[in-house]
Design a protein around this ligand. Structure first.
Ligand code: ADP
Ligand code: MG
Length: 154
């Protein structure tokens, strides 16, 4: 069994009468420690795949295994726990709290995560040591290229 497995995963979005097949029988496996890049044209289902893997959306059918856990069976609190403790997610559009500094944004995660990493060490690792007291709007001059950062090991 691989660390991550997508087995016959389908995701349908219903738009009134129309059903959009965002994922049509997706199958892949990722081993522990493997670095993987998902490429494909716009609309291919990359974001849908990552949202399902990140526990932010659920598959219509099929099975998604992460470290032996079938996350397609998770609901409500189970999904919250999975997102909090098992997954780190870098959002395409950053999700930072605007009136907290970079450091305070990182500290937020440490309030709710088990075994969180040291805030200053994490900030230094991503090259933001000099900017940790800046607010999100002050972190980058190029608004279109901003990204968020996952702040802990949860
Ligand atoms: N929330 C949604 N409602 C309806 N259709 C969606 C939704 N999200 C994605 N889709 C559709 O699913 C398909 C895959 O989208 P997406 O996963 O965003 O692709 P990608 O990230 O590869 O560009 C596209 O046809 C898209 O329009
Ligand atoms: Mg996308």
């Amino acid at each position: 069994m691989s660390y991550i497995e997508f087995n016959n995963v389908n995701k349908n979005y219903k738009m009134g009468e129309i059903t959009i097949k965002a994922l049509n029988n997706a199958n892949f496996e990722i081993e522990k420690g493997e670095l993987v890049v998902i490429v494909g044209p716009s609309g291919a289902g990359k974001t849908t795949t990552l949202n399902i893997l990140g526990g932010m959306d659920t598959a219509t059918s099929g099975r998604v295994l992460v470290d032996g856990k079938n996350i397609t069976k998770l609901k409500g609190k189970g999904l919250i726990k999975y997102r909090r403790e098992d997954i780190g997610f870098v959002f395409q559009f950053y999700n930072l709290i605007q009136n907290l500094t970079a450091k305070e944004n990182v500290e937020l995660a440490t309030q709710i995560c088990k075994n969180s990493l040291d805030v200053d060490t994490v900030i230094e690792k991503v090259g933001l040591k000099e900017r940790k007291n800046n607010f999100p709007s002050q972190l980058s001059r190029r608004r279109t290229t901003k990204s968020s950062y996952s702040t802990s090991n949860c």
